[in-house]
Design a protein around this ligand. Structure first.
Ligand SMILES: *Cc1c(COP(=O)(O)O)cnc(C)c1O
Length: 404
């Protein structure tokens, strides 16, 4: 079976982990902070806060931005459930903004219209979470401009998009002078408060389980560090005054969690980070080959917005309804029968039984539903070789040949 995604672990990764295992600290040493600094540096932001998953990262990000009961959080339906669940952890309400049918990311026009309506109904969101679907950057500058008008905070769910770059907002003359693309990287937080990454094994780099928040706001970084460890602080300046005869070397001043990353995970992450550009370049090579082999079939290939560089976490293809009328399930089953590990990204979140029970209905976000109806994700990962890609594409061609 060719899997849809797979981690790549080198001998260096293994030695890095082994070194920690032989050291004094398995958790709460200095490897985690080294990993945090390295990721922040890589994507051009000031602070990194490592946690045990992107789901935890999204949860405490919402807490740090004071999301509470009665508040609204908006995200896209075309995402993993975690992008929406984080609102519910804070007892807040979730709503969705439908996608743009070409980029599959949150549609700016829909967002703007929904904001106008929400203002009239006095239900403006406190937080908006755009998701860089498949690694393709969202139109962050436009979302940021709307946040300035309507007063919401922004958390980028960049679980797919570490290493992605967006320099679409810059003029050509500026572009010539770019030696260092860091300030254009996803995670630079130029147009957001916080950005969240996932290091699950199917993502671009892995720590087994793990996630990180990056930000340029020191106050938020401090709060996030506290929230990932029970709400405990060791900072005297923010501790509550107590009897001076007692020893108060730490205080819990709010309710947090144990969302810490281990030293073992951070060591793996640091070692993986050294290969990130190689990983992403390989993903681009795979994408180029797919587009070459599949270009004349009745399928829509993933679009690259001008002057953006996707990290290609996913390679979604979409059946082109102008040319064929088949059940997606037939193609999906055919590929699985031929040992090709395809998957669906995503069943729109509002159609999940849990969300339907909250009152969401099929038909509410038609672009996301239509994309879901027609899309399949093809295998894409570092070690996928040309032979395997040729095999995958020959099977897809064969499937369509029987139809046309
Ligand atoms: C993978 C993923 C998450 C959750 O990541 P974990 O690290 O597994 O918690 C959240 N959002 C999106 C878009 C994802 O793809």
């Amino acid at each position: 079976m060719i899997p849809i995604g797979r981690q790549y672990i080198s001998e260096n990764d293994i030695s890095a982990v082994e070194k920690v295992l032989r050291s004094d600290f398995l958790t709460q040493g200095n490897v985690v902070s080294h990993f945090e600094d390295s990721v922040a540096q890589y994507c051009g932001s000031s602070f990194g806060i490592a946690v045990n998953s992107a789901t935890s990262a999204l949860h405490i990000s919402c807490m740090a931005l004071d999301l509470k009961k009665g508040d609204y959080l908006w995200t896209t339906p075309n995402t993993f459930v975690a992008s929406a669940n984080c609102a519910l952890y804070c007892n807040a309400n979730v709503d969705f903004v439908d996608i743009n049918p070409s980029t599959y990311n949150m549609c700016i026009n829909n967002l703007e219209k929904k904001l106008e309506q929400a203002k009239i109904n006095d239900r403006l969101p406190k937080i908006v979470i755009p998701v860089h679907y498949a690694g393709q950057p969202c139109e962050m500058k436009k979302i940021f401009e709307l946040s300035q008008i309507y007063g919401f905070k922004i958390i980028e769910d960049a679980s797919h998009a570490i290493g992605a770059i967006d320099f679409s907002e810059n003029t050509k003359t500026e572009l010539k002078n770019i030696k260092d693309l860091r300030s254009y990287k996803i995670g630079s937080c130029k147009y957001s408060d916080l950005t969240v990454f996932s290091f699950h094994p199917v993502k671009i780099i892995t720590t087994g389980e793990g996630g990180m928040i990056v930000t340029n706001k020191e106050r938020l970084a401090d709060r996030l560090k506290r929230l990932r460890t029970h709400g405990i602080t060791r900072d005297k300046s923010i501790m509550k005054k107590r009897n001076t005869n007692e020893i108060w070397n730490y205080q819990q001043i709010e309710l947090g969690y144990n969302y810490r990353m281990t030293e073992i995970q951070a060591a793996l992450g640091l070692s993986q980070l050294e290969k990130i550009d190689e990983f992403i370049n390989k993903r681009h090579k795979i994408a180029v080959l797919y587009s070459k082999y599949l270009k004349d079939l009745p399928i829509i290939l993933p679009l690259q917005r001008k002057n953006t560089f996707s990290s290609f976490h996913l390679y979604p293809i979409r059946i082109n309804r102008n040319f064929v009328n088949i059940e997606k399930k037939e193609l999906y089953n055919y590929l699985l029968e031929n040992e090709i590990g395809v998957n669906i990204h995503y069943i729109p979140v509002h159609m999940q039984p849990f969300y339907e029970a909250m009152g969401f209905k099929k038909g509410q976000f038609p672009e996301s539903e239509s994309f879901y109806h027609d899309m399949i994700s093809l295998p894409i990962y570092y070690q996928l070789n040309q032979k395997e890609q040729e095999y995958i594409c020959s099977k897809i061609r064969k499937f369509f040949k029987t139809l046309i």
